[in-house]
Design a binder for this molecule. Structure first.
Ligand code: BG6
Ligand code: MG
Length: 215
């Protein structure tokens, strides 16, 4: 098969901000005596800030008021913004720039498909922003992954069909979203954790653009 476009998730795929989200939620959890585990955090990857807080409160068996929820969402984001404020190009994950350059050289279109409302800040701080033909972030979607909205909007912004696109994702919700949208998907992470991807790699250093033809 030949493909025209690659759609990238951001957090945990292009940059290791997944660790900053984890730290920010752990800091917030102290307010209601909750310690988020690594396993629980895996279930937060790819989903929106609001849905993440709902899941955490459920795990913590904590009934929060609307006012508390709004305050905590802001506090979590303030902690996260502080953690990402020092980001720079050194935090781009291994192999990413080389892979993006190969894609450009070979004429692929490139889009971002991220649930994060902070995506643009991170793309600017790391300099990644210059690689993208389209950016769909958490400000432009109404439905969280595993709904395919973010990737369908990415494909549409590039004037491509779903079948022209390959999605790169580190979250199960994102893999499910890509599949629901009718796209090929490459998981970044562990084969044991990520189910249903067409291929799983541990890092972009393990992948050549020529291999995309064999998906
Ligand atoms: C996703 C992350 O990319 O963005 C989630 O995997 C995060 O962990 C979500 O909750 C929303 O991010 P933000 O930056 O809008 O709080
Ligand atoms: Mg991610």
């Amino acid at each position: 098969m030949t493909y025209k476009a690659c759609l990238f998730d951001l957090d945990g795929v292009l940059v290791d901000t997944a660790i900053y989200h984890f730290q920010a939620w752990r800091t917030l959890g102290k307010q209601f005596d909750f310690e988020l585990s690594h396993e629980q955090n895996e279930g937060l990857k790819g989903i929106s800030r609001v849905e993440s807080l709902e899941k955490i409160l459920h795990w913590a068996h904590y009934q929060a008021t609307q006012e508390q929820k709004e305050r905590w969402l802001k506090e979590k984001n303030d902690t996260y913004l502080e953690l990402i404020s020092h980001m720079n190009p050194s935090e781009i994950l291994p192999g990413v720039i080389s892979f993006l350059s190969q894609l450009k050289e070979q004429g692929y279109l490139i889009a971002l498909g991220s649930a994060s409302k902070n995506a643009r800040i991170i793309l600017e701080k790391t300099g990644l922003i210059t690689w993208f033909n389209a950016i769909i972030d958490g400000n432009l979607v109404t439905k969280s992954k595993p709904d395919p909205e973010v990737f369908l909007k990415g494909a549409a912004a590039l004037h491509c069909q779903a079948s022209d696109c390959i999605v790169f994702e580190d979250a199960q919700a994102g893999i499910d979203a890509a599949k629901a949208g009718g796209m090929k998907v490459i998981g970044i992470g562990s084969q044991k954790v990520l189910q249903g991807a067409d291929k799983v790699i541990s890092s972009f250093t393990d992948l050549q653009v020529s291999e995309l033809l064999h998906l």
